[in-house]
Structures are given as structure tokens and as C-alpha cells.
Design a protein around this ligand. Structure first.
Ligand code: C2E
Ligand code: MG
Ligand code: MG
Length: 746
């Protein structure tokens, strides 16, 4: 294109700005738009640079690269990745060298951003349009057609297209960046980590180093100072003691404005970002900028702040939840969950640590007597004293109502010193309260298992300590663990055994002493395991109680014994009474009466022929519940006996208030009767007591004739024991009853 063809003072495109002087070729390749001129005619190179040299777009000049063949162009394009436009001659070393290059750029190099303007020397010469259609060519002109103005317009349009392609590409990767940042931040659970992360991500979006602060701004606090949640870079120095003080200008003013306008504010040298909080305070960030953000980056920051606001709110909530999950609200100490974590850490570190549970003795009595508020105050006082007096290296926690725990280096935990801390009384609401503590300890080095197991072991040791002496302590030993594991094993075996029908009832006859005739029988639970071994009830019943299995088992016993009663009656023994043992746990169950009624209804057993045995120790606990329960039972028509009588400490007045029908003299007192040293005093007393209270008496464990004689002489009407019969299988019971009847008939 000859220079003379170029019209002077060409109409200026909106995007084209001509510099006053003839510009030098931009040396700042990074900042200029780079244009590659590919033409085998040197004149074309000079006229093009002359025509376009002064063009600027968005403040950026053009920089030209010159090559004279398609082959050279290939080499340059492989090296240079930021070429915006190629001005390409179609005919060079070969008639279609230009078109080949186009194909190479798009297909081989995979370069889709670079814009291509094709030029051909001969007017009317048209390359195969089909061949180039697919190659995203910006313009196709004959050289004579390309006047200076047209060339400007064409190149300017190409550069604008190139810029848009890049903006789209940037915003796509920018959005992907926002999504990634968002996802990563959401995974952080602490406010500190997350807020710092936000500052870093904003800086990354702005393409600079993080430099700013993020504050929590509770409504109405604008005029005072804000709590700085995170800060980084030189801006960190703006915060004093974690607070950002109010100021008429500078960061605080910018933050106040963003909060007031509820939006992000963009300035050339800083940003004030607003994060709306839902449940809590709003959040705002101030970020120093090294250069202004373009529209696209602002858009991305807007998207980021609005999406992250939800996460900030969650994380604030999470902090609250974390507190609730790991700390005891009353004392502010770590709770059980947190202790488990701490023990786990100790175990993993293999530290020579001891875990010590501290149980406040008689706390529930104090609580009941003086009220919960007083009890709470006592716990707080205990927590404060322990915290103040114990070594700071020990972790203190409150893991249950009145149970504290200590965890730390074994040599820092001394049981005697611990108990000394309770020597002085606690002053609560102006009163001196004296309490003691019982300790259960476990040495973690001797422990195998996880933190939960260690805690269980410490609890076992505590229970053992309590069973011995209040105010004492006990270290867990492996032997205790073995015993517990055996019990757990037995518990599983009992559960499956019960389901498989390994439990059954034996019936031990009870007789009228004077006539020696059958009166009834006591149903006694038996467990024969799969391998034919018998597990004694004294062993498995406590386990059934402990595990709660006794509820189902007990209900089954009630039904089964009632059914047996009905069978015995059907065999003709109508004045036969069935005694059924009831465990304490079962008795306290809220549906116990329903279970009893159900058993009676389902089997059709007459209630007046059914007797329940409760133990004396049980009769002493929770008197009010017991009195009410017994009255309810009486209303069903069933009678009640107190088992193992004489082993407990029932008071006379209390006994009178219970609706019971019979006392069962414990076997130990029956055995004593023939013992020269001890004699029959207790048995006598019980019989006398029964007479005075109008209660019937039965003696259990009668093994020989002399015992029977003495009891009869003392006025005991009924007895049970090996002398008369062992516990019998149902068929044997019927046989026993038949032979008993025959004996009397004879
Ligand atoms: P218990 O209710 O005091 O039962 C009397 C225990 O003394 C029975 O032991 C019985 O076999 C035993 N016995 C009876 N006569 C003699 C004798 O002349 N000499 C000796 N040395 N022992 C005699 P067993 O069957 O081993 O039951 C032990 C305890 O297990 C029972 O004491 C009772 O507390 C509990 N138990 C048994 N069956 C059940 C049940 O179905 N439910 C509940 N909750 N507890 C039961
Ligand atoms: Mg009994
Ligand atoms: Mg008994």
C-alpha cells in the first residue's frame, strides 16, 4: 500500500487516538498491543508502521514485529504468546502460504485469541472462502482496498476483539478463582482462619500482596471501635489491641461509609468491602491497593464478598457452637467432649500423663437441700479454687454434674494434695460449705485403648474409690479392666441367650410348716448357656439390671410365672400361690404396672394368687415413689413380700407406711438358728415384728429339720428351702405337688 494513498487527517475512530508527534515503536512490549506484520514486501511493512504507528488504544500504543515469510512467522508465533493481531499477506513463498499459516495458528498452535487480518496484493483475488471460513479471520482485504482509514478501523476492531476475548477469559478464570476461594474458605471452621483467608483471596483477586484488615462491626458500634478479626501486611499496624479506633478519615471512615451504604466502595488506592451478617454483626474489610482495579476485577470482588458473607455468618455461628460443644457454660471450663480430645492428644504424644476424675462428695444432697442455685455457686467456687491452686500445666475440665477432671504430667497429680485443696470450706452466699472429693485415676502410659476407654477406666476407678470410702482415691489397674470386659462379654451373651430362649424358670416350693403341705412356689430364673453351663442368677441378674435388659427379661418372667400358675391351677391345685422376684430397676420402670396387668390379663392368672418379692434394700430407696408404687400394685390385687428381710435397715415406722403383706426372713438368719453362738434372736425379732404389724412371715433357706422345728416353735407359719424341695422344673413341680397331696391323703 503506497503511502500516497493514505488520506491525511483521516477520520478518527472512537478508539483511535493519534499522538502529536510521530511515535517511536513502542519498546514496552509488555504494555503495548503487539502486532505481527507478515509480508514478503518490505514496502508494506514500512507503510503499515507509518500508518498505524501513532495508534493508541486504551492508553496502550502498538508495537510491531516484522517477518517476511510464513516460515518466519511460525517461529515467532511459537515463541511469542501475547500477539494481538497478525496482518498477514496471503501470497508469499507459496500462493497459499498465508492460509497455511492461519491453519497452523488455529489448529496446531491452538491460538484462538490472536486476531488475523488477511491482505492480498491482487484485487479480485479471492482465496477459497470455504477454506478460511472456519479459521476465525477478522478481515479480508485487498491491499489497495486498505486505505489508511480502513486499516485503522480494521486493526482497532481486531484489537478490541482481542481485548474482549481476554476479558472473557480473565473473568472466567477469575470466577473459577472466586468459586475455589469460596470453597476453600467454607472449609475453614475458625473465624481467625477464615477472615485471614478472605483478606488473602481479595488480594489475589486484585493481583497483589495481602494488605488490609477485616473487622466485626456490631450495629451501633460504628462510632466507637471495631474488633479486628484479621489483619495482614503493613495495614496490620492500624489495629491497637485487636481494635480499630474510629477516625474521621482513613480506613475507619472508609469502613463506616461502606457499612452505612451497605456496599463495596472502590478507590484507586484502597477498597472498603462490606459483608452483610445475618444473625450477628456485619463485617467490613479495608484493603490497601497498589493499583486501581479494573471493572472486571471489581465485579469479581463483588461476587466474592456477597458469596463469602454467608460463610462468615456461618463461621461466627460455628464459633458459638464450638463454645457450646466444647465448654461448660457454668464454669467456662472445657467439657467432656473437649477432655476426650485432650486425652487423645496425650495418648498420641505418648506422654507420661495421668487422668484424674474428681467427684464432689454428697453434692446431690447439698443440691437437694440448698437448691440448684446454691449447688451451681458451689461448682463455680470449686472450679475457681482448682484453677487458681493447681499447676497451670494441668488441664482442668468439668465433665459431668459434680465431676471435674484433671489431665497432665503424672508427677504433677498427687491425690493427697488434690484432696487438701478441699480442706478449707468454700464460702457460698455468705455460708461456709465443707465438701470433700473422691478421686478416680488412670495412668495413660499403662493404658491401651482410646480416650473414651481411658475415661471409662477412670470412671471405674472412681466408682471403686467411692464404694470404699468417700474422700479417698483409687488408681485404675488392668485387673479391673479384665473384670469389666468379662462383664461386657457376659452382657452380650445374655442378650443373645435371652433372645434364643436360654433362660427358663425353676420353681421352688413353699410349705405351711405346721401341716407340711404345699402353699406355693417361688419362681427362680435360670440361664443355661449354649454349651450347657449354668450361670448363677446372682451373677447375671446384676448385669441384666445394669444393661437394662432386666426390663424385657422381667416382663417375660412375670408372664411365664403367671402362665405356670394357671397350669398348676388347671392341674387341680387351686390354693397355690406364685411368688415372683422383681428387680429394683424393673420396679422403677414407668410402665411396670402396665407390664404386670398385661401379664395377668394375657395369662388369666388370678391376682390374689400372685405375690411379688422386692428386696429390703430396695424398699429403703426413694420412699415416696415406693409407697405410691406399692399402693398401685395392691390395687391390682397382687400381694407383696419383702425379700431378704433383716439384711437392710428398714425402720419400723417406715415399714408401717408400706402396703406389704409378708416378710421373708433371710437365709443367713435361718442358718444362725442352730448356731450356738448367735441363736435365733433375729429370726425371733422378725417374727415378732410381723405379728405386731399384722404381716405374714416366711423363712427361706431351711435346710434341716431342726431349723424347721425351731421356726415352727417361734410361730413362723411358712418356709422354703432344700429341706422341702430344690428349685424344680415345671413338670417336676407338678409331680412334687401330686406326691405332696398323696402324702397327706395317705
Ligand atoms: P432370692 O429371691 O432370695 O432366692 C432365694 C435363693 O436361695 C435362690 O437362689 C434359691 O435357690 C436359694 N435357696 C433356696 N433354698 C435354699 C436352701 O435351703 N439353701 C441354700 N443355700 N439356698 C437356698 P437362686 O435361685 O440362685 O437366686 C438367687 C437370687 O437371684 C434370688 O434370691 C433373687 O434375688 C435373684 N433372682 C432369682 N430369680 C429372679 C428373677 O426372676 N427376677 C429377679 N429380679 N431376681 C431373681
Ligand atoms: Mg426371692
Ligand atoms: Mg431371698
Amino acid at each position: 500500500m503506497p503511502a500516497s494513498n493514505t488520506p491525511q487527517g483521516a477520520a478518527q475512530d472512537d478508539d483511535l487516538v493519534f499522538a502529536d508527534e510521530t511515535p517511536a515503536i513502542a519498546s514496552d512490549g509488555g504494555h503495548a498491543w503487539r502486532v505481527l506484520i507478515v509480508d514478503d514486501d518490505a514496502d508494506v511493512h514500512s507503510t503499515t508502521t507509518f500508518a498505524l504507528g501513532s495508534l493508541e488504544m486504551h492508553g496502550r500504543p502498538l508495537a510491531f514485529l516484522h517477518v517476511y515469510s510464513a516460515a518466519e512467522a511460525k517461529a515467532v508465533l511459537e515463541r511469542e504468546h501475547d500477539i494481538a493481531v497478525i496482518l498477514l499477506d496471503v501470497v508469499m513463498e507459496a500462493p497459499d502460504a498465508g492460509l497455511h499459516l492461519v491453519r497452523h495458528v488455529r489448529d496446531t498452535l491452538g491460538r484462538h485469541d490472536v486476531r488475523i487480518i488477511l491482505r492480498t496484493g491482487q484485487p479480485g483475488y479471492a482465496p477459497e472462502m470455504d477454506a478460511i471460513r472456519g479459521y476465525d479471520i477478522n478481515d479480508y482485504r485487498t491491499k489497495s482496498e486498505l486505505t489508511r482509514t480502513k486499516l485503522y478501523t480494521s486493526v482497532a476492531a481486531a484489537i478490541r476483539a482481542y481485548e474482549q476475548i481476554h476479558a472473557l477469559e480473565d473473568s472466567r478464570t477469575g470466577l473459577a478463582e472466586v468459586v475455589r476461594a469460596n470453597t476453600e474458605l467454607m472449609a475453614l471452621h475458625s473465624v481467625g482462619e477464615m477472615t485471614l483467608g478472605i483478606l488473602r483471596e481479595v488480594a489475589a483477586l486484585a493481583g497483589q500482596l495481602a494488605d488490609g484488615l477485616l473487622c466485626a462491626c456490631p450495629p451501633g458500634a460504628a462510632s466507637v471501635a471495631w474488633h479486628v478479626l484479621a489483619s495482614c501486611g503493613p495495614s496490620a499496624e492500624l489495629a491497637r489491641d485487636g481494635m480499630l479506633a474510629a477516625g474521621a478519615d482513613g480506613p475507619t471512615a472508609a469502613l463506616a461509609q461502606a457499612l452505612a451504604e451497605r456496599r463495596n466502595l472502590y478507590h484507586d488506592d484502597h477498597l472498603a468491602l462490606y459483608f452483610p451478617g445475618k444473625a450477628h454483626a456485619d463485617f467490613a474489610a479495608w484493603v490497601r491497593l497498589t493499583r486501581p482495579l479494573d471493572d472486571m476485577r471489581r465485579g469479581l470482588v463483588d461476587v466474592f464478598t456477597s458469596s463469602i458473607a454467608v460463610g462468615l455468618d456461618n463461621v461466627a455461628l460455628m464459633t458459638d457452637l464450638h463454645r457450646a460443644a466444647f465448654y461448660d457454660p457454668l464454669t467456662g471450663l472445657p467439657n467432656r467432649t473437649r477432655l476426650v480430645e485432650l486425652v487423645d492428644d496425650s495418648l498420641q504424644a505418648g506422654a507420661d500423663a495421668t487422668l484424674c476424675l474428681v467427684d464432689i462428695d454428697q453434692f446431690s444432697e447439698t443440691n437437694d437441700a440448698l437448691g440448684h442455685q446454691f449447688g451451681d455457686a458451689l461448682l463455680v467456687a470449686v472450679a475457681q479454687r482448682l484453677r487458681a491452686r493447681l499447676d497451670a500445666g494441668l488441664a482442668l475440665a468439668r465433665i459431668g454434674g459434680d465431676i471435674f477432671s484433671l489431665l497432665g504430667q503424672a508427677d504433677l497429680i498427687d491425690p493427697a494434695a488434690m484432696q487438701d485443696l478441699f480442706a478449707a470450706p468454700f464460702s457460698i452466699e455468705g455460708q461456709d460449705v465443707q465438701v470433700s472429693a473422691t478421686l478416680g485415676l488412670v495412668r495413660l502410659v499403662e493404658h491401651d485403648g482410646n480416650a473414651g476407654d481411658a475415661l471409662k477406666d477412670a470412671d471405674i476407678a472412681l466408682k471403686r474409690a467411692k464404694s470404699q470410702r468417700r474422700g479417698g482415691h483409687f488408681y485404675f489397674s488392668r485387673g479391673m479392666g479384665v473384670e469389666i470386659r468379662e462383664r461386657v462379654r457376659l452382657m452380650h451373651a445374655l442378650r443373645t441367650g435371652f433372645a434364643r430362649g436360654e433362660l427358663f424358670l425353676a420353681y421352688q416350693p413353699q410349705v405351711e410348716l405346721a401341716a407340711r403341705r404345699a402353699y406355693g412356689a417361688e419362681a427362680l430364673l435360670r440361664w443355661r448357656t449354649e454349651d450347657g453351663r449354668f450361670v448363677p442368677p446372682d451373677r447375671f441378674i446384676p448385669i441384666a439390671e445394669y444393661s437394662g435388659l432386666i426390663i424385657d427379661i422381667g416382663a417375660w418372667v412375670l408372664r411365664e410365672a403367671c402362665a405356670e400358675l394357671v397350669r398348676v391351677r388347671a392341674a387341680g391345685y387351686l390354693d397355690f400361690t406364685m411368688s415372683i422376684n422383681v428387680s429394683q430397676v424393673q420396679f422403677r420402670h414407668p410402665h411396670f404396672i402396665d407390664m404386670l396387668r398385661q401379664a395377668l390379663d394375657d395369662t388369666g392368672a388370678p391376682p390374689e394368687r400372685v405375690e411379688l418379692e422386692i428386696t429390703e434394700s430396695m424398699a429403703m430407696e426413694e420412699p415416696d415413689l415406693l409407697i405410691e408404687r406399692l399402693a398401685e400394685i395392691k390395687r391390682t390385687g397382687v400381694s407383696i413380700a419383702i425379700d431378704d428381710f433383716g439384711t437392710g435397715f428398714s425402720s419400723l415406722s417406715y415399714l408401717q407406711r408400706l402396703c406389704v403383706d409378708r416378710l421373708k426372713i433371710d437365709r443367713t438368719f435361718v442358718t444362725e438358728i442352730t448356731d450356738a453362738a448367735r441363736g435365733s434372736s433375729i429370726a425371733e425379732m422378725v417374727i415378732e415384728l410381723g405379728r405386731n404389724l399384722g404381716l405374714s412371715i416366711i423363712a427361706e433357706g431351711v435346710e434341716d429339720e431342726r431349723q424347721a422345728q425351731i421356726l415352727q416353735t417361734l410361730g413362723c407359719p411358712l418356709a422354703q428351702g432344700y429341706l422341702f424341695a430344690r428349685p424344680l422344673a415345671p413338670s417336676a413341680l407338678i409331680e412334687w405337688l401330686a406326691s405332696d397331696a398323696r402324702t397327706r391323703a395317705a
